[in-house]
Design a protein around this ligand. Structure first.
Ligand SMILES: Nc1ncnc2c1ncn2[C@@H]1O[C@H](COP(=O)(O)OP(=O)(O)OP(=O)(O)O)[C@@H](O)[C@H]1O
Ligand SMILES: [Mg+2]
Length: 309
């Protein structure tokens, strides 16, 4: 549905986005994850046609966003980093204004407004001045603006930034609901945010796309190094020299009286060999478990330079 090809943006001699390519399928929720200044906002601004790329192109349903700007923009709802609200307008006026820009008139505006206000939990705020709203409610109004023309694609730049924990949960659930029928790209530098909401993540650092995959696949690709926790009944019988000679076992550490932590690389057969060795030594194997890499581990590994193909 969305195809990004060799997208580059430079500001003077600063490369904000460097030769980024990826695709997003219809109905998918993709999370853009990267530290401050990584290039998330710049990429999103190019995806929405807000700023032109220095090089490369974006197509939506096979239409180039700069060759068919009106057609393409109808399909997109965009929540920028700072929701563009007119502080001297009420929420109703703000939403009505955006609806008119999208070509809606009369009753259509009212019914769309009621619908998005309900979705975003702002029905009771329609007559308030946006300038008097709290940060969280401004964010909700921004989201309602992005949704008013019922777009097939939502591009949300840090949708939960500045919200309280209750509101974060509400907005996350709303995004998941919206993602059932729509294609969503959201950005965040908060790790649990993307694991909770997104099906795939694109990790971006220093303008470079370091990886795009599901969390499971990323951890499989990067996590050839695993940690295995072994519990034994009779640790004095455990032959650690023999265990360390099992191919794939890189390190063994005693964690407490009955627990050992092994660092291993390789596939599942290492696990089989380890358990066989422990059983043969007569140490009384009572537990063996593999610790997967957490998203934090993966994220750090990626942004410290390990590019994942
Ligand atoms: N209009 C601009 N002029 C000059 N430099 C810019 C401009 N917009 C962005 N940059 C630079 O491009 C880089 C990427 O910025 P961008 O805002 O895309 O990062 P980000 O990933 O969204 O960061 P954050 O998490 O802080 O929002 C930064 O180095 C930023 O200073
Ligand atoms: Mg940003």
């Amino acid at each position: 549905m969305i195809s990004v090809q060799n997208l580059t943006k430079t500001f003077g001699d600063r490369v904000a986005v460097n030769n980024v390519s990826f695709d997003v399928q219809k109905g998918e929720i993709l999370g853009f994850l990267g530290p401050n200044g990584a290039g998330k906002t710049t990429t999103m601004r190019m995806l929405t046609g807000f700023i032109p790329p220095t090089e490369g192109c974006v197509t939506i349903d096979n239409l180039d966003i700069f060759e068919h700007p009106f057609e393409v923009k109808k399909k997109i709802g965009y929540l920028p980093e700072q929701p563009p609200l007119y502080f001297d307008m009420t929420v109703r006026e703000c939403l009505g204004f955006v609806a008119e820009i999208h070509g809606m008139r009369g009753g259509m505006i009212d019914s769309s407004m009621d619908h998005v206000a309900e979705l975003c939990g702002i029905s009771h705020m329609l007559n308030r001045l946006t300038g008097n709203l709290s940060k969280g409610y401004r964010q909700r109004v921004g989201l309602a603006q992005a949704l008013i023309h019922d777009p097939a694609i939502l591009i949300l730049d840090e949708p939960t930034a500045g919200l309280d924990p209750r509101q974060i949960i509400d907005i996350r659930n709303l995004i998941k609901d919206l993602g059932r029928e729509r294609t969503v790209i959201l950005s965040s530098h908060i790790l649990p945010e993307v694991t909770n909401t997104c099906e795939r993540i694109a990790v971006i650092n220093n303008g470079n796309l370091m990886a795009v995959d599901t969390i499971e696949l990323l951890s499989d690709k990067l996590g050839s190094e695993k940690t295995i926790v072994l519990n034994v009944k009779r640790p004095e019988h455990l032959d650690t020299v023999r265990l360390s000679s099992v191919s794939g076992v890189d390190d063994i550490k005693k964690h407490n009286d009955n627990e050992f932590v092994l660092t291993v690389s390789g596939g599942d057969d290492v696990l089989e060999k380890i358990s066989a060795s422990v059983v043969e030594s007569g140490a009384g194997l009572t537990g063996i478990r593999v610790k997967r890499m957490t998203l934090e581990d993966i994220f750090l590994k990626i942004i410290t330079g390990e590019k994942v193909q």
